[in-house]
Design a protein around this ligand. Structure first.
Ligand code: ADP
Ligand code: MG
Length: 699
């Protein structure tokens, strides 16, 4: 017998083939179970009935009762619409339909008493309600819809077919009122009891049609936990499978290269935080398990040297290492700074990017394959299949939280044995986000800056203060310092981007004229080699001012640069601003970050700039960023699956997230392979969930 939740949606009363087709195409709802997992995103309190004279154009959604008088079709072309007049005892308001009005026109009953529901539109003081929901009330008493009415996410396509919220409410009600209504439990009894959770069946029913606000909260509490629990459990299962299926390389010794470099070539003393992280990594690579570690450290905290020492561990034990960066410019930077260090101890390092010539590439690939190259630096091009190592033991992935499980998995194909992986990110991400995206990784944090750094001073200046800012730049340059001057990237068009950069350059040079002041310029559309030349000129102090779009965002390291000016700073996201600011403050001089903006700022824009001025702490900034933008907008979240969260929110449900992690861990300690009877609900869920493809691939 088919289970209720697996019943095809077309068999639900009130649906039928055409509507079923729409539900599938528009919302991906194929079964009754899918329908019931299409959670409402809020509930309307429909106990309140407004009167027309109470509407002031600010009430978003309102419910009214009265009579409707059709007026007819007005307007031309795209403005063509059907208009009716709604009236209660206090006044009148226009109802408008742009689509489907033949049907509405036919079905409106002039003498019927209606309850209508919709969003008030205020056009220059004239109020109307487009596409209201209509319901005829017999005998002037409203049909009880329950006091809290669910509001479902819908698409335009659904609305066009007149499959509106009212339709969704009605079919969901059918689904939960059927005598067959049942939803199997997917949490173990022990957890249900410990947290006093509603059963899954009750929770789903209460979430759609709450019997009270308290019950609605109970339902949400359970469903959020459940959602996080499975997210965490999947991470831990992936980790478990990885640990059981892949042996990790064992790097027992700290050998010749590490020791030689550490004792004789280390350019500075490591901070305690750097030392601690290295210890964590060394412990990892001795266990016989494959390391998957995330290293978080704010910009400038010194991750590169940690990466190098980690790679030396691999080389000392007879393996090759590789470091990947997201852009060519960054890969090139890494190459140069690492080269200086590793050639001092006699190792071979090479750079492979998209612009490596064919001849050179063939040679490099050969030397990588036969093991002559110890460290290969590059962009994601290193992931391509034809890049083969003799013995790859360690992969460092820099500046990435765009690097999900799938991309990491590609690395596993690179050798007989899976290399250790260290993912480094300079965009500190709040713990909740890290747990959600990187729940299968161990996490290390460098929470300390190298000694002698002066905190960067950040100033926000309006456009009108440009002359004063320019004077300040002159003074700094006279002291021998260098300046970054950054313009926003204009993504819509290369031409626009270049134009705005050129205009900007003209403005800057009108204050700081050439040839007295010398400029480098870098933008996204330049050839890699040209970018590199410009960067080198700046690095060697042949130029004093680096004009750039955000291509310099990550990784660029010029300690003598002490001022970062960001033009139109209000257009940048917080994490971008923080990354840019991190380009200065790398030497011992006092550094400055100047945020130039227009005089008019949006609420969010103001909050971003104020946050930048108030704090240098990347974690603090990441938190505000998450609050302002929501997880869906943050880099890296697209592939991470956290957009699939239907009810839980990592911004507000942190404690639930942590509890779910703990419970998932405990459960796997109790029953690692999910073989015990108590784990049956979990196995059921893992086998039926939409993630099952991933699951079957890894198990
Ligand atoms: P990030 O973590 O942003 O990648 P880098 O590794 O580029 O930071 O380091 C930033 C700068 O700090 C570099 O110039 C680096 O040489 C220097 N640095 C790193 N660690 C230390 C340290 N322990 N003491 C002094 N300077 C350091
Ligand atoms: Mg770096």
């Amino acid at each position: 017998m088919t289970h209720w939740v697996d019943t095809g949606i077309e068999y639900l009363k009130g649906v039928g083939p055409a509507k079923a087709q729409a539900l599938k195409a528009e919302l991906g709802i194929h079964t009754v179970g899918d329908l019931l997992s299409h959670y409402p995103f809020r509930h309307e309190d429909r106990s309140k009935i407004y009167q027309v004279n109470q509407l002031n154009g600010e009430d978003v959604y309102v419910q009214l009762q009265g009579f409707i008088q059709p007026q007819g079709i007005v307007g031309m072309g795209g403005g063509r619409r059907f208009v009716a007049n709604f009236r209660d005892k206090t006044g009148e308001i226009e109802l408008v339909w742009f689509q489907g009005y033949q049907y509405i026109e036919k079905s409106l009953k002039p003498n019927a008493f209606y309850q209508i529901y919709g969003k008030v539109n205020n056009f220059k003081g004239k109020l109307s309600i487009p596409h209201p929901e209509l319901e005829i009330i017999e005998g002037h008493t409203p049909k009880s819809q329950g006091i809290l009415v669910p509001v479902y996410p819908l698409t335009e396509g659904m609305r066009r077919k007149r499959l509106d919220n009212k339709f969704m409410v009605s079919i969901c009600r059918v689904a939960v009122s059927s005598p067959q209504f049942h939803i199997p439990e997917n949490l173990p009894i022990a957890i249900l009891e410990k947290y006093k959770f509603l059963s899954r069946k009750d929770a789903i029913k209460e979430l759609h049609f709450p019997s009270s606000i308290a019950r609605l909260e109970d339902a949400k509490r359970r469903l959020k936990f459940e959602e996080f629990f499975y997210l965490q459990l999947r991470h831990l299962l992936i980790k478990g499978v990885r640990n059981r299926s892949y042996k990790g390389l064992v790097f027992e010794k700290v050998g010749q290269y590490f020791t030689e470099f550490y004792n004789n070539h280390l350019p500075f003393e490591l901070t305690d935080a750097q030392k601690r992280v290295l210890k964590e990594i060394r412990a990892d690579v001795k266990t016989g398990l494959q390391m998957n570690r995330l290293l978080q450290g704010d910009v400038g905290s010194g991750k590169t040297i940690v990466a190098l020492l980690t790679m030396l561990l691999a080389i000392d034990n007879g393996y090759q290492a590789s470091i990947m960066a997201p852009t060519e410019i960054l890969a090139t930077q890494h190459y140069y700074s690492l080269q200086e260090w590793v050639t001092s101890i006699g190792l071979n390092i090479a750079l492979l990017t998209g612009s490596t010539t064919k001849k050179k590439r063939t040679e490099l690939l050969e030397k990588t394959k036969n093991g002559e190259i110890h460290i290969l630096v590059g962009t994601h091009a290193l992931l391509e299949d034809h890049v083969q190592f003799e013995k790859l033991g360690m992969v460092v992935i820099d500046e990435q939280h765009r690097f999900g499980v799938a991309q990491r998995a590609k690395l596993w194909k690179k050798g007989q044995v899976v290399p250790h992986v260290l993912v480094m990110t300079a965009t500190p991400i709040p713990r909740t986000l890290a747990m959600t995206i990187y729940g299968d990784l161990e996490v290390s944090v460098i929470n300390q800056m190298p000694k002698g750094r002066k905190p960067i001073q950040t100033l926000h200046r309006a456009e009108s203060m440009r002359p004063i800012v320019m004077d300040f730049l002159k003074k700094e340059i006279a002291l021998g310092r260098q300046v970054y001057y950054v313009f926003p990237l204009i993504e819509e068009s290369e031409k626009l981007e270049l134009n705005s950069l050129m205009n900007g350059y003209d403005v800057v040079t009108s204050y700081l004229p050439t040839p007295e002041y010398k400029y480098s310029m870098v933008h996204g559309k330049m050839k890699a080699a040209d970018k590199e030349t410009e960067m080198q000129k700046f690095k060697n102090h042949q130029t004093q001012i680096m004009i750039a779009t955000t291509v310099i965002e990550v990784g660029v390291n010029v300690p003598n640069a002490s001022v970062m000016v960001i033009e139109n700073a209000e257009r940048f996201g917080l994490s971008q601003l923080h990354q840019l600011r991190g380009r200065v403050g790398r030497g011992s001089e006092q550094s400055y970050c100047i945020l130039l903006s227009g005089n008019q700022l949006s609420q969010n824009g103001k909050k971003r700039l104020n946050t930048m001025v108030a704090t240098n702490d990347g974690f603090e900034i990441a938190k505000v960023d998450l609050e302002l933008r929501g997880p869906g907008e943050l880099d890296g979240t697209k592939q991470s699956g956290i957009l699939d969260l239907k009810i839980a929110d990592i911004r507000t449900d942190e404690s639930t997230l942590i509890a779910s992690r703990v419970e998932a861990q405990k459960w796997l300690e109790f029953d690692e392979l999910l073989m015990k009877t108590e784990s049956a609900p979990i196995k059921y869920e893992l086998n039926r969930s939409p993630h099952r493809t991933v699951w079957s691939k890894i198990s």
